[in-house]
Write a protein that binds this ligand. Structure first.
Ligand SMILES: [Mg+2]
Ligand SMILES: [Zn+2]
Length: 203
């Protein structure tokens, strides 16, 4: 019934995917949103609630300059729970994009899972659906790509998609069981230093 047809429905109005041919074989820096790029305030609905995490924009700019496409992959169950409207999701997205843009960062694409946990979709992390969709649409080489997020579910999604995975702990304790990440980083600076050191990070 409804759940199945709703599962792959895109959120209207988000940036269209770039032309696949131009990006064939590219590496991605998959990015979680809340607690990774912007402060996690719980179902943000207004642009004024958007605050970049310290060091995030500079880090993403540096990693992008090393040849990784920044791609947002975010669970936003607030939509499925009817706490956040699609228009509000868009306005928060646009505010974040503008703030990142001020630091020279532009996301290559943004993929949101709008479903509630009980919808049983294949795109809510820890499922890898968003990353697999991005890989298919953008021509991304998953084995050379990285998922960065602040939750074990981000690491699990990255692993399930065949990517390298970094858990950004911000120095706090990590809650929950975790498919082992390649790195547990306390700061975005640590993530950058690690990425630039990796043997698979060669152009
Ligand atoms: Mg998060
Ligand atoms: Zn979903």
């Amino acid at each position: 019934m409804g759940a199945a047809s709703h599962a792959e429905k895109p959120v209207a109005g988000l940036p269209a995917a770039p032309v696949k041919e131009a990006l064939e074989g590219r590496r991605a820096l998959f990015l979680d949103r809340d607690g990774t790029l912007i402060r996690d305030v719980g179902y943000p609905r207004f642009p004024c609630q958007v605050e970049l995490i310290h060091g995030a924009a500079t880090a993403v700019a540096t990693i992008a300059a090393a040849g990784f496409l920044p791609v947002l992959v975010s669970n936003q169950s607030g939509v499925g729970r009817a706490v956040v409207s699609e228009a509000q999701l868009r306005s928060v997205h646009e505010s974040m994009a503008a703030k990142l843009g001020a630091h020279g960062v532009s996301l290559a694409a943004a993929y949101y899972c709008p479903h509630a946990p009980w919808d049983g979709c294949s795109c809510r992390k820890p499922m890898p659906g968003l990353l697999l969709k991005a890989a298919n649409e953008l021509g991304i080489d998953l084995a050379c790509s990285i998922m960065v997020g602040d939750k074990p579910t981000d690491v699990e999604a990255g692993r399930a998609a065949g990517c390298h995975a970094v858990l950004l702990s911000h120095g706090g304790a990590v809650r929950g069981a975790c498919a082992s990440p390649d790195l547990i980083a306390e700061s975005w600076m640590e993530v950058v230093e690690w990425v630039l050191r990796q043997p698979w990070n060669r152009k």
